[in-house]
Design a protein around this ligand. Structure first.
Ligand code: NAP
Length: 293
């Protein structure tokens, strides 16, 4: 029950009305019996500083940060974890004893979660896209001891930036999506991760598309695991296509939940919530809403 003692955790971003985090985090807070609720607060760009500074003064126990503020909050934090610095992105904040924001990023842990028991050491991987999520994915693949990473993108500038950032840590190459070498790389891949929003359900997007079109995927074979960071729709067109080719597939819901579990642990100094608690809440919500959110 919400009482005068109840405090809160908030998601700050714009837009956030589609976010599933309140559903899964409130289920987890209830499971743990904490007198806390989780709410989504839309925030305009020009208000970010005043919003974060104001939340320090009231009963706020932590924050998630999402698009478009994952980089912009750096200047508003007094302590930043090595992983957030490495990724140049923050997705979770809490207050320290001086009531200043301490920041971290839980996306890498979230990404790794569905892969960590699949024995992928020394395997070959492909990352599709070169935006913010690709950075977390590449760090995750390095942590899992993959042998090679090929990043395929339509954007030469961000592609070059990513390769430069990670080239000292792993054998990594960047390829434009129309480069003929991509077909060989796809043939040899043990894991392909889609980090583009192609296939994601939005007000305007077509969901029946594959990243770079169907021809790009002609060399995909059944030994490859295909992981799409998108969780709406589930499965995406890419995962349906890959499954028809005999591939093992992973959707973005597991990453969403696993990063949420890590954030909750950060806010509560180590409390753990079982995966199924958040998963069941999301499945129930999505079923009730026919997958629409
Ligand atoms: P981002 O920073 O905007 O990066 C998107 C990347 O996809 C960029 O390289 C972009 O290229 C490329 N791209 C966009 N539209 C494309 C198209 N039509 N064809 C080919 N490439 C295209 O976004 P992000 O933060 O990385 O997020 C990407 C996706 O991951 C989103 O769908 C997001 O929901 C999902 N995600 C899921 C989770 C999870 O927990 N499951 C976590 C993080 C992200 P340009 O630079 O040329 O536009």
């Amino acid at each position: 029950m919400i009482t005068s003692k109840t405090s809160f955790i908030a998601l700050i971003g714009n837009p956030i009305s589609h976010s599933l985090s309140p559903i899964m985090q409130n289920a987890a807070l209830q499971y743990l019996g904490l007198d806390l609720i989780y709410i989504a607060i839309p925030c305009r760009n020009e208000d970010l500083k005043i919003v974060l500074n104001s939340l320090k003064k009231i009963n706020c126990k932590g924050l998630n940060i999402t698009i478009p503020f994952k980089e912009k909050v750096f200047d508003l934090c007094s302590e930043i974890s090595p992983i957030a610095n490495q990724l140049k992105a923050i997705n979770t904040l809490k207050l320290n004893s001086e009531r200043e924001w301490v920041a971290t990023n839980t996306d890498v842990e979230g990404f790794i979660y569905p892969l960590k028991d699949l024995f992928l050491t020394n395997k070959n991987s492909i990352v599709i896209g070169s935006g913010g999520a690709a950075r977390s994915v590449i760090q995750g693949l390095i942590n899992l001891n993959f042998s090679t990473i090929s990043v395929v993108s339509r954007n030469k500038t961000s592609l070059d930036g990513l390769i430069k950032n990670f080239e000292n840590q792993i054998k990594i190459q960047g390829l434009l999506n129309n480069d003929d070498r991509t077909q060989n790389v796809i043939k040899e891949a043990d894991l392909i991760v889609n980090t583009t929003p192609v296939g994601m359900k939005t007000a305007t997007n077509e969901t029946n598309e594959l990243p770079y079109g169907e021809i790009f995927w002609k060399s995909l074979n059944e030994k490859t695991i295909v992981y799409d960071l998108i969780y709406n729709p589930a499965p995406t067109e890419l995962l349906k296509f890959s499954s028809n080719r005999g591939c093992m597939t992973i959707d973005g819901l597991q990453m969403l939940i696993a990063q949420g579990i890590q954030s909750l642990s950060f806010w509560t100094d180590g409390l753990e919530v079982p995966f199924h608690v958040m998963n069941d809440a999301l499945k129930q919500y999505l079923k009730k809403n026919n997958g629409n959110f």
